[in-house]
Design a protein around this ligand. Structure first.
Ligand code: ATP
Length: 367
């Protein structure tokens, strides 16, 4: 636990315990409120010139401003903040079971019923945010935290969240490569940044939850499949390879197809997602061969399911997470992702990811 002055108002009210996690800008600890014995998580941003620069760039201030105004069962809420001499403390609701990412890695993939339970909560959390014109901008399994083993979840890490007004365009590139929407990869002139980016990311998460591997991946790049990660995303080029998707019903695929749509105007809204037949499907009837799912909704091309292709499960490519977090690239790429503080990318040593198309590096500022 970082050294703090004895006069710290935070330490007067809370006792910090073990470390729960670490991001690029903050460390997260379990803490107990002295007066009540209640447990919380505290996200500590140690003050460094980098942090001050980030704060100047609205990152931390924005995270606090967004979190201050939100209160929903599926959004990780902020309880208190302390701005002290050497650190900023955000006291947050505790999500004792940690990241959904680790849960998927452990289980390899989730059943349709588990996914439906998960996505009912995620869509409700995102609807709450979108109804308030807040776009999360960095939805991924690492930022979905589990409250219990019964799959109750909360959306976390609002470091990139933005309250959008009339002006829904931005020149800043944010997000995590595998989850980022095609319009974010478009050139600055045509880049449009709206609530639709969260639906795309949720579509990627839903795909991963149902099969255990991502829809878009550098892993797929080959002579026979000459599409880089950014090309796959920009064209929404993905399929449902056999045998992994054989047991998943058409309605789930139809929902993913409606979320991973290149044109943000044509992509489903969160309300459409919530109303989709897969979401409203009844629990499975054991006597029903269709497994309780609504059939015939999809209109899917048959060949989308027909491809037999080896895919590596998230469980065995844990480095996907690392690749998403480590700053990569040298700026030569067709896929540059800046996050939080675009300036901080400068001066960082460039290095391509080991398994990437050498033409495609990902430059991540601060991520
Ligand atoms: P990033 O590098 O993704 O921007 P960050 O610096 O914003 O990260 P978080 O992602 O918010 O930090 O937190 C880092 C990790 O700490 C999380 O991935 C999670 O494992 C853990 N964590 C964060 N908040 C909580 C919480 N409320 N309850 C339990 N664990 C938490």
């Amino acid at each position: 636990y970082p050294k703090t002055r004895k006069t710290s108002a935070f330490l007067q009210q809370y006792t910090p315990l073990e470390k729960l996690g670490k991001g690029h800008f903050a460390e997260v600890y379990l803490c107990v409120e002295k007066s009540t014995g209640r447990r919380y998580a505290v996200k500590i941003f140690t003050k460094t010139p980098g942090l001050e620069e980030r704060a100047k760039n609205e990152g931390l201030q924005l995270e606090i401003a967004v979190l201050m105004g939100v209160s929903h069962p599926n959004v990780l809420c902020l309880r208190d903040t302390f701005n002290e001499h050497n650190a900023v403390y955000l006291v947050l609701e505790l999500a004792p079971e940690g990241e959904l990412f680790n849960f998927i890695v452990m289980k390899q993939k989730l059943s349709e019923a588990e996914c439906r339970k998960l996505f009912t909560q995620l869509f409700q959390g995102v609807k709450y945010l979108h109804d308030r014109n807040i776009v999360h901008r960095d939805i991924k399994p690492e930022n979905i935290l589990l409250v219990d083993k019964d799959l109750h979840v909360k959306l976390a890490d609002f470091g990139l969240a933005k309250i959008i007004g009339e002006e829904s365009f931005t020149t800043t590139l944010c997000g995590t490569p595998s989850y980022v929407a095609p319009e974010i990869l478009a050139d600055t002139k045509h880049r449009k940044y709206t609530k639709a980016v969260d639906i795309w990311s949720l579509g990627v998460v839903l795909y991963i939850c149902l099969c255990g591997f991502p829809p878009f991946s550098d892993e797929l790049y080959s002579k026979d499949y000459p599409y880089s990660l950014s090309q796959q995303i920009k064209m929404a080029k993905f399929d449902y390879p056999s045998p992994y998707w054989d047991s998943v019903g058409d309605p789930a695929l139809d929902l993913i197809d409606s979320m991973l749509v290149v044109d943000p105007e044509k992509r489903f809204t969160v309300d459409q997602c919530l109303a989709h037949p897969w979401m409203t499907a009844q629990p499975p009837n054991p006597n029903d061969s269709t497994n309780g799912l609504v059939s015939g909704v999809a209109g899917l091309e048959v060949n989308r399911r027909g491809v037999h292709r080896e895919r590596t499960l998230l469980a065995s490519i844990n480095e996907v997470k690392v690749a998403n977090k480590v700053p990569l690239g040298d700026g030569q790429s067709d896929l540059k992702i800046y996050s939080k503080n675009p300036k901080s990318a400068k001066g960082k040593e460039a290095r391509p990811a080991d398994n990437r198309d050498p033409k495609e590096f990902i430059e991540m500022g601060g991520k």
